[in-house]
Each structure stands twice: as C-alpha cells, then as structure tokens.
Write a protein that binds this ligand. Structure first.
Ligand code: KG4
Ligand code: ZN
Length: 347
C-alpha cells in the first residue's frame, strides 16, 4: 500500500464521479493521487452521437461497485482504511449523479466516516493543483469542458468569484457539435484536435465571437452556425478539406479563450493562470496558452491531460481541501443538483 503515513499524513479519501458518461473512482491523500480508475462509456453512446441519460445511469449502476473493488484491490487498501468518501453532487445528469451520490452516502454510513458532496465544476477548477503539495494558490482560472466554459477568480480553496461564462454553447460542446456536422465521431474534441494538426488555421475566416466585448462572457453558437454555412460552399470531396476546416474552427475557439483568460489575469492582477476541463487536453490550446503566458510573464498550470476530462481524483481533492479546512463532512440528507452552480458552493 502506497498510503503516506507520519505526522504530515493527510486523510485517505475515496472519491466517486458519475455526473455524465464516465464512471470514475479514485483514492487521494490531499493533492496526491494514490489510484484512479475511469470506466468510459464513450463506446456505449457513440452510435447516438451524444450521451443518452438512461443508458448512462444504468451503466454507472453496473460498473461502479466492481470498479470500487478494483480500485481498492489495486491500491492494496481495505475499506477500513478509508477516512472520508466524496461524490459529485452536481452539475450533471440527475439519474447519473444519483448513482454515485447514493453509493457514496451508503459507503460512508457503513464505514462511519464523513461524506463530502462535491461540485463537479470545483473539481475541474482545482484539478491543475493535483500532484502539487501546498495550499490552493490565487489564480485566474479557465474551465473549459463539454458542459461549461468559465473564467473564475480563485482566491483560495472554496473562495471563488465567477468572472464570466458562456451565453450558449460550452467550448467542448462546440467541438462536439461541429464534429457531428463534419461527420466525425463523438466526442469531437479529440478528433478535431488530431485533424487540425495537418490543417491551416487561416484557411477559412471564422468569427472570434465576443472577443472585443470587454467582459468575460463567451458565445460559441455563432461560430457553430458559421461552420454550418461554410460547409455547402466547400467543393467535394469534403475529406480533403477536413484538416483546414478543423484547424480554422479550433483556432477561432482558442483565440477567444486565450484572449479572455489573459484579460482576466490582467483585471484580477493574478500572476498564475490555470486551465482545466476536457478541452484543456487540446494540443493547440495548451501551446497558445503557454505562449501567451510567457509573453505576459505569468505562471501557467495546465491540468495534466489524464485529469482534464472527467475523473474522480479532482473530486477527492476538493474533499481533501475541505478536510484540511477543518470541515467534518456534508449531511447525508443533502440532495443532488443537476444545475448546481459554482457560486452557490463558494464560501
Ligand atoms: O470535462 P469533460 O470530460 O466533461 C464535462 O464535464 O463536460 O469534457 C468533455 C469535453 C468534450 O466536449 C470533448 O469533446 C472535449 O472535452 N475534449 C476536447 C479534447 N479532449 C476532450 N476538446 C478539444 N480538444 C481535445 N483534445
Ligand atoms: Zn466535467
């Protein structure tokens, strides 16, 4: 067993994440990830071009108990070693959230240890801190996932001010919808990322929506519509043009994300920028954000790609920050909230 012991040892947390289409479990001690397992449902939902809620929850119900057993066995940890259980309480699909949340509560009740209901967005927000010992530093944070695009002023763990979000589609959602238009498989982000590497980002002029709006709001539905109107103008066969279309679309998203994040760092005076969520795995975003932060003299913590998309380690880390702050857990009577917002959690 690789559990840290000694006077500086941090409580061992079992974390569960089932907000959408990944069944994920992890064991963490503070920011240290001892073990992490993710059972992806991507293949299950691929024929439908998106996540089917009932299929997702039924699959979580089948997968979660054996996945927890596998996690504990692989880590050589017995249930009696667990000191807290954490599970995502929202936002996400109600029926999927209920599986992980109920399982987590039952486990904490059986073990007599605290239960933490964790906001999925706070998990993404703090995921760049995984593996880094020390308290959560102030930062200008960009969270870009399939469901959310947020700019947040992080003052410390549990202390957040939302600067802006998207008015319509999330950045990842735009990748997925444009990929669908192009006949590419779900999820579209990784496929567009790969194809764009061979393409010219200046091949097609696409809108940089709200880049000059002077605030921290985003909008990606106009860009999606612009791609929709572009496609009939492209001479067949489409395949040969895919790299250029993907590169041009991706650049339009990334230019706005980078510009607004830099503006957020300037406005808040933060010297550290963090980027998290599934879209933070994008190669071009990582490259552009790195270059922009270097130019501006800012530190950059990019979420490590293994913790960019949904995972339970980030959920466990949020619980660890609460334990470190002296919190004793959340009531087992607490409900899930499919529409949970980040601000409602911040204290
Ligand atoms: O954080 P996440 O796993 O789930 C949500 O909480 O939404 O993010 C999934 C999203 C999907 O929209 C997916 O297409 C996108 O992240 N994504 C990417 C890349 N990898 C995943 N988008 C662009 N480039 C990537 N490499
Ligand atoms: Zn997520």
């Amino acid at each position: 067993m690789n559990v840290r012991t000694g006077t500086d040892r941090m409580p061992l947390v079992l974390a569960i994440e089932t907000s959408c289409d990944e069944t994920a479990v992890a064991l963490v001690q503070g920011p240290l990830v001892l073990a992490s397992e993710i059972a992806s449902q991507i293949e299950l939902h691929r024929p439908y071009g998106g996540v089917v809620p009932e299929l997702a929850s039924r699959n979580h119900n089948l997968t979660l108990p054996p996945l927890v057993r596998l996690l504990l066995d692989r880590a050589g940890v017995g249930p009696q070693h667990l000191e807290a259980v954490a599970a995502t309480a929202g936002p996400g699909l109600a029926s999927s959230l209920l599986i992980g949340n109920t399982f987590g509560k039952a486990l904490s009740l059986a073990l007599g240890c605290p239960f933490f209901a964790v906001n999925h967005l706070e998990g993404h927000l703090l995921s760049p801190c995984l593996g880094r010992i020390g308290s959560v530093p102030p930062s200008a944070a960009l969270v870009v996932s399939g469901g959310h695009t947020l700019l947040v002023d992080v003052r410390g763990a549990g202390d957040y001010r939302l600067l802006g979000s998207t008015r319509d589609d999330a950045a990842g959602e735009a990748f997925d919808k444009v990929a669908k238009m192009l006949g590419l498989p779900y999820p579209g982000g990784p496929v567009i990322d790969r194809l764009a590497r061979e393409g010219n980002p200046a091949a097609y002029a696409l809108p940089r929506s709200m880049i000059g709006s002077g605030d921290f709001q985003f909008s990606f539905s106009g860009l999606k519509t612009a791609v929709h109107y572009l496609l009939p103008k492209i001479p067949p066969p489409m395949e040969g043009h895919l790299p250029d279309i993907c590169a041009s679309f991706q650049e339009a998203v990334i230019e706005v994300l980078v510009a607004k994040t830099m503006a957020a760092a300037r406005a808040t005076g933060r010297k550290l920028v963090t980027v998290s969520g599934g879209v933070s795995c994008n190669g071009r975003l990582r490259q552009s954000m790195t270059a922009a932060c270097e130019r501006a003299g800012l530190d950059l913590w990019l979420c490590s790609p293994g913790y960019g998309t949904d995972n339970a380690a980030m959920i466990g880390f949020v619980a660890a920050t609460r334990l470190a702050a002296g919190r004793s857990g959340d009531p087992l009577e607490g409900d899930i909230d499919p529409n949970l917002r980040l601000e409602s959690w911040a204290g």
